[in-house]
Design a protein around this ligand. Sequence first.
Ligand code: T1G
Length: 688
Amino acid sequence: MSDFVKISRDGDVAIVTIDNPPVNALSFQVREPLMQALTSMRDEPSVAAIVIACAGRTFVAGADITEFGKPMQQPELRAILATLETIAKPTVAAIHGTALGGGLELTLGCHFRVADPGAKLGLPEVKLGLLPGGGGTVRLPRLVGALKALKMIVSGTPIGAVEAHEAGLVDAVFEGDLTTHAVNFAREIARKGGPFTPVRDRDDRLGETDLAALDAEAADLARKARGLEAPIACAQSVRNAITLPFDEALAAERALFVKLVASDQSRAQRHLFFAEREAAKIPGKDIVKRRIARVGVIGAGAMGGGIAMAFANGGYPVTLLETSHEALQRGLATIDKNYAVSVARGSLTEDARRQRFAQFKGSTDYADLTDCDLIVEAVFEDMAVKKEVFGKLGAVAKPGAILATNTSYLDINEIAASTSRPQDVLGLHFFSPANVMKLLEIVRADKTAPDALATVVDMARRIGKVAVVVGVCHGFVGNRMLAARGSESEALLLEGATPSQIDKAFTDFGWPMGPFQMGDLAGLDIGWRNRKARGLTAVIADTLCEQGRFGQKTGRGFYLYEAGARTPVPDPEVEVLIRDKAAEKGIAPRAISAEEIIERTLYPLINEGAKILEQGIAARASDIDVVWVNGYGFPIGKGGPMFWAGFEGAARIIERLDHWHQRTGKDVFEPAPLLKRMAETGSWGAGG
Ligand code: T1G
């Protein structure tokens, strides 16, 4: 047969096993022998039933994403499914691990599906800017109903085997040896005799569809799409499954798939899929790592508590240290409240809440950190305070324990140099709320030991974080670029743009919210305190803070907020303030276009990214994209700032940067040499 598809027999049942590590992707080298195996077993008289199974850790996790954008070699998945549905004898898919995308679609070409209890089933194509292109939008509604199918396909979120069984997607869930159970299931089905109805002919669930409810759900999902095309196409294709004959709906799905797979948005989202995985590939990633059995977190405030939860959620026992019993109790109470909110929302069971909270041990004594293998400090953002903490850790932390700082800005080399063990020191820059935000900037200091770095990169995956290794500089990658993006915000206000206009330019671009809404959400006092500490000013934001307008938390910031509401309402008082400050500076207001706003905010963002690459603070341009998509909400349909620069064209970006550099004289507009090389070569260089 082939190395990738093997046929074995258990009496009159043929077992076709796919073996394409690591995730059994339906690459061409699988599709060809799979087609041959199914055809030959279909025509083999001694075979009464066929089981499709997978070797390794998972059932087929989808089409081979690396094949997209290249000529597709025959047979395509659609042809395999068409052949599957010509088989009159019972066909059974045995699902373990994750049956995703084309993998789940392969099972939908079978008469039956059985799964082990830990299996997950889903159609995540929307996360790649696609829709299921192997009939998933037309077959899945026939098993689970249109509304359930719509939610699964537009969210891309897999469901577990038990839920799939209840929904009608899976015919049986078996503990133990799945293949044996699948063979016995197939044999019993064959013994009972057919005919066996292929999914394409099972219209029983379609009849129950409330098209108005489906359309209402689709409209709600479309409102959340924020300019992404794939969710809209997914919804349309599911609707076609209800309103069109099977083959017409299938053809319509194909047409939508062909359009999406060639789209910039899908190219961007496929770029991010691989970029996230590349970011975790650091030199020495396979060296022997240190063991992390227990984690210590110093500081039980907003950041420390969130960090402690992130580790507890990842299964690590946590020692949470505070300076006083009262502060410790406040921190633990906040953690317990956060878990209670998750239970109330249904995203956490009561048992899980108890298990996670049991992971915590509170203390006010540094000596209780001696059994921790990783200690993360999340104390006040002040170098003297950080050095004091690391001084104490030097006295109590066991040899080999990794000592991490959560600082957002401070020089970690300076912190490391204040200890006797700089090889154990690194940065773990979490993003607030730390138990929710996916991004984790892992800061490699000059003397950080390679095994310490590899250990925390590995740990990041276990706690569900997307890790990016960055170098030491002010603000590392994300916050340093954020400062560049915001450098012209105030100037734009003084020259005539309103907060709403600037924020709208951002949300029209695809950001979840603009910089002024974000400032009101985070609290304007945070930036105010940072600026005062660094001797910087921002005349509008500083004046608002002097008036006690800190944003949502005070009901007023750049916008007004009705009691308890989070919807920003433009405030005429703020616009008068802006005009008055502009007049004091002799600046006459003028009309400012959305295009100018994007040029003066997002082009400096890209330019700073280029400087970060030149200085080796980030290893790859794609690492910078991963930071911005997972830490700051950069629209996934544009792939991150550095990937989007390719769409914009580096030459045009340079031309506009030069224009604003002449107008403002600001360094953020001085084109980085690497940006010029990008314009000439179309590539950011070795890191890709
Ligand atoms: N194609 C190619 N490579 C893939 C792949 C895929 N579908 N899935 C994973 N890989 C690579 C990945 O890049 C990494 O490579 C290695 O496998 C391990 O992955 C027609 C059009 C299955 C949950 O979107 O969600 O089917 O870095 O690190 O954390 O309608 O992989 O080792 O070189 O992620 O254990 C739809 C994508 C495709 C699922 C396992 N399917 N994969 O997670 O391992 S489109 C998906 C995942 C499609 C059809 C449509 C995860 C996983 P390297 P990993 P993991």
